[in-house]
Design a protein around this ligand. Structure first.
Ligand SMILES: Cc1ncc(COP(=O)(O)O)c(C=O)c1O
Length: 370
């Protein structure tokens, strides 16, 4: 038996004791009738936190993003402009086109999760009869594929000025919005100030078992509610889930900074190994996601490294690479692409887990990287 440190994603987190207690004891009603008091409480609380008029509880981040796109792009022939490495474009099956009939047009994402605003301005369309009509812009904050980057506030402000000029709503995929707020040391209402809609997830670093929400003005949420129903997202006694999300906002949001500190420590150790095949961008380490790049010149791939991290050799357990019970250690991560590994810190990773992960990663990286 080996001890597993699971750094694949913050989505692996399970509900806390307080969440389970709240779930069992929550007041319930039929949310499709708007009668679930716990869902209503969550929606009111979240809307206030983000400085918006209303919110809508939905089953997943993917559905939240899709609904936002379908509301903003509700005329046939609409397009949404997004970054080319955002979750909406890479990992949501093209749902915008599939289900919403919306064209996604991409801009090159920079390593910090932003894109060039002059490119955006050049790509806005609609005045020419041959073109689709640009109807929204989406950003992701923190930006998962860029390694949990928090979008700079001054860039968001410039984006907002440009979008206002062209009467374009901004949707923020804030699956990890509270991580961005922790990094920026700003309240969520400031970070999302100029966004017409925001999606947030409770089931990632916030550790709730299920659920996301969309936030915006009354009119937007009214339309979003209709589309949620059409997509099969009307969840009836959903208060049983919303109860955990309320606890997540109260109890887990304040802890996110600890995940960031642990992620930084891990990144710093990997940098300090000075091994040619592996690099991390410690100077731009913002939140709970650590990306390890493998040099193009190396024969190694992210999959190969993960396979080795999932094995325990006899020799490694003869050193420090073991638990106090003499168990070997397995570290799980994710291969973002052939040459990029992702390790994600989250509430269930203690300092001891981090230490074990560091020992194992150090051992394996030295073995593979010499
Ligand atoms: C940035 C981002 N947006 C949206 C989603 C989708 O969330 P869900 O898995 O709840 O559909 C994810 C999931 O990992 C994500 O990382």
């Amino acid at each position: 038996m080996a001890y597993i440190v699971d750094l694949r994603s913050d989505t692996v987190t399970k509900p806390t004791k307080a969440m389970k207690h709240a779930m069992v004891n929550s007041a319930l009603g039929d949310d499709v009738y708007g009668e679930d008091p716990t869902v209503n409480a969550l929606e009111t609380k979240l809307a206030a936190l983000l400085g918006k008029q209303a919110a809508l509880f939905v089953p997943s981040g993917t559905m939240a993003n899709l609904i936002a796109i379908m509301v903003h792009c509700n005329k046939r022939g609409s397009e949404a402009i997004v970054g080319d490495s955002c979750h909406i474009f890479k990992y949501e099956q093209g749902g915008a086109a599939h289900l919403g009939g919306v064209l996604l047009t991409t801009l090159d994402n920079k390593p910090d999760g932003t894109f060039e605003l002059s490119d955006l301005e050049r790509r806005i369309r609609g005045s020419d009869i041959h073109e689709p009509v640009t109807s929204m812009v989406a950003v992701e904050n923190t930006h998962n594929y860029c390694g949990g980057k928090s979008l700079p506030l001054n860039w968001l402000d410039e984006l907002s000025a440009l979008c206002k000029k062209h009467l374009l709503p901004i949707h923020m995929d804030g699956a990890r919005l509270f991580n961005a707020c922790a990094h920026e040391q700003q309240p969520p209402s400031r970070v999302v100030r100029d966004c017409a809609s925001v999606s947030v997830c409770f089931s990632k670093g916030l550790s709730a078992p299920v659920g996301s929400a969309l936030v915006g003005d009354y009119h937007f949420i009214q339309q979003a509610r209709r589309i949620r129903k059409m997509l099969g997202g009307g969840m009836r006694q959903a208060g049983v889930l919303a109860a955990a999300a309320i606890v997540a906002l109260d109890e887990v949001v304040p802890l996110l900074e600890l995940d960031h500190k642990r992620a930084f420590r891990l990144a710093k150790v990997i940098e300090g190994l000075f091994l040619k095949p592996f690099s991390v961008d410690v100077d731009n380490q913002h939140s709970n996601i650590v990306l390890v790049r493998i040099a193009a010149s190396s024969q190694l791939t992210a999959d190969k490294v993960l396979q080795r991290l999932a094995q325990v050799s006899l020799s490694e357990t003869q050193g420090d690479c073991k638990t106090t019970d003499d168990e070997g250690v397995i570290v799980k991560g994710t291969a973002f692409n052939e040459k990029t590994l992702r390790f994600t810190l989250h509430r269930e990773i203690t300092d001891e887990d981090l230490w074990l992960a560091i020992m194992k990663i150090t051992y394996v990286f030295k073995e593979l990287g010499q």
